[in-house]
Design a protein around this ligand. Sequence first.
Ligand code: ZN
Ligand code: ZN
Length: 412
Amino acid sequence: MADKRIMEKYAELALRTGVNIQQNQALMINAPLEGVDFTKVVVRKAYEMGAKDVHINWVDDELTLLKYQNAPDEVIKNYPDWKVQLQESFAEDGAAVLNIRSTNPDLLKDIDPQRVADANKAAAQALKNFKKYTMNDKIAWSIISIPTGDWAQKIFPDKSREDAIESLWDAIVKIVRVDKEDPIAAWDSHNETLITARELLNKKNYQKLIFKAPGTDLEMELPKGHIWKGGSAQTEGGVTFNPNMPTEEVFSMPHKYGVNGTVSSTKPLNYGGSLIDNFSLTFKDGKVVDFKAEQGEDTLKHLLDTDEGARRLGEVALVPDESPVSKSGLIFYNTLFDENASCHIALGKAYPTNVEGGSNMSDEELDKHGVNDSLTHVDFMIGSDQLDIDGVKEDGSTEAVFRKGTWAFDIK
Ligand code: ZN
Ligand code: ZN
């Protein structure tokens, strides 16, 4: 286990830089039972910082697995109303939401992918309204991770459980800058770098990005009025928060009808407890028309069949290959980390805030602007030190954006 001082610093960072908890604000936390010690530190600090109510939704891998193994189909296919109401009532009250995600990536490997897909779809449908609060930055939210035993041993298979947890703490602490004397100041300066990158891309206003790497040759149109975001976000009420810790990306949205060519994954994707690995997707006019996977092809098919929008893209994110996650040399089998090691794209719903005026557009207007909609949003990694990206400007000229997996510009 991490020492007490580290836990205190990490909890403080999650509350200040992550959700930026305000006086008299409620806080809802989704936390793994294995992380009870850390969660207690977070709760104590949240009250010290002025939170009025802290509610925890406990999750546990073993209990989740028991449900998948034993519950009848109608239970798996139903996301209960009371759970929806609980989350919506916190959101309506303007609560902050802190997600502590530490699932064993292999947890559901022996469960029928159809059951997993059914449960994911039921949750997505039931939480559609709740998700509007987070996906439109109406409330402050943040996702962090702490080590759990099974997950740590997936990353460090040769180590004892205890040593694996210790090693994962070491890795996470470095990646989220908790090893720095003043992690909050370190995040402030990191956010400045990301803001420089996003402002540069917004000024460039590329019409199109072209991705080239082994197994990848993809042309991606960007919608008119697209916005690059990255680093800290702001709620409608003006509170600055960090949705993901770590975060190394600047991101925008592809045009839902303007993606053509083939893209290959560069890291395994953990989708709801199942792994999809070494896969490629071929797009025509924005839609996946062909796909293959060395591992988890069935799971990938279920993901693509979630709904119409699951076959189109909702996010494009640029991450230099020398990010601290990438430098760790580890594969985390957890998107929060792996996506921050690598350029990535997402199947499914786009963030409406990635296009001018998007938060207030009707579904028809969003479609007209090329903004994808879906029940799902799943990031997968396409970056490597062999990835080149070109940007096509308004006048039709082309320039280098990424070379060998990193910025072709000076960003600092
Ligand atoms: Zn992303
Ligand atoms: Zn994403």
